[in-house]
Design a protein around this ligand. Structure first.
Ligand SMILES: Nc1ncnc2c1ncn2[C@@H]1O[C@H](COP(=O)(O)OP(=O)(O)OP(=O)(O)O)[C@@H](O)[C@H]1O
Ligand SMILES: [Mg+2]
Length: 226
């Protein structure tokens, strides 16, 4: 299969209360090719984070089909799902989600410890990423001592530690000033292109959305190519 991801007839409803249902999207059909960069733009509350959570295997309460690398995720067990989520998908959250008690270095290596791979190799990989994202000198500090841009770079380094082939980024520059945002988005897009990683990112910034090869808008409960 040439596509990394295929989504067919995806429908998402939140049961807000017994008689209050929120339909976010339906009849969603799209593919994410390998080594591709895709952006999603859309008004606040339209369901962008919800869609990313589904694609990131964090939310399974949806209708429709989701194929990852040709595998229907509805047909596989929790172990296999955890493996795909941990080893093949990297997630950069809207609000960083760093663990405050851990140092920068510990935050970055955490996803790699799940499979107890060679710890020397994990440390070397983490050091390389910290250098790449220019936060190596802060590796022993706690996240609350870092600026927003630095925390975001730690979150990006963490999303890359397991060498995923798919990264989901939810407003990775939403909380940063313009100059820092420009630097981070440019650097990240170059990085994923050079490492053959597929990236899907959500942004409220039209200029950043236009930097992707494939551009979607989420509105009226569906995705529209722009
Ligand atoms: N667990 C939940 N239960 C019920 N409703 C929810 C739940 N999570 C989110 N929602 C609702 O779903 C809608 C979409 O939320 P979502 O976070 O996906 O929006 P978004 O497009 O990412 O918005 P933003 O641009 O502000 O981040 C919102 O109206 C939100 O209130
Ligand atoms: Mg959101």
């Amino acid at each position: 299969m040439s596509n990394l991801i295929e989504i067919k007839n995806l429908k998402k409803i939140y049961n807000v209360s017994d008689n209050n249902k929120l339909l976010l999207f339906e009849n969603l059909n799209f593919n994410i090719p390998r080594n591709s960069i895709t952006s999603i733009i859309g008004p606040s509350g339209c369901g962008k984070s919800t869609l990313l959570n589904i694609l990131g295997l964090l939310d399974f309460s949806f209708e429709g089909d989701y194929f990852f690398d040709g595998i229907s995720i509805k047909q596989i067990n929790d172990n296999q799902i955890n493996k795909i989520r941990n080893q093949k998908i990297g997630f950069v959250h809207q609000f960083f989600h760093l663990i405050p008690e851990l140092t920068v270095m510990e935050n970055v290596i955490l996803p790699a410890l799940v499979d107890k791979d060679n710890i020397t190799k994990i440390n070397n990989d983490a050091n390389d990423l910290l250098k790449t994202f220019e936060i190596y000198d802060k590796k022993n500090m706690k996240p609350n001592k870092l600026s927003g841009g630095e925390q975001q770079r730690v979150a990006i380094a963490r999303s890359l530690i397991n060498k995923p082939n798919f990264i989901l980024a939810d407003e990775m520059t939403g909380n940063l000033d313009e100059k820092t945002s420009d630097e981070i988005i440019n650097f990240f897009l170059k990085f994923v292109t050079n490492h053959n990683i597929s990236l899907m990112y959500v942004t409220h910034n039209q200029i950043y959305a236009d930097m992707a090869k494939t551009k979607y808008e989420l509105k009226n409960k569906n995705l529209f190519l722009k």
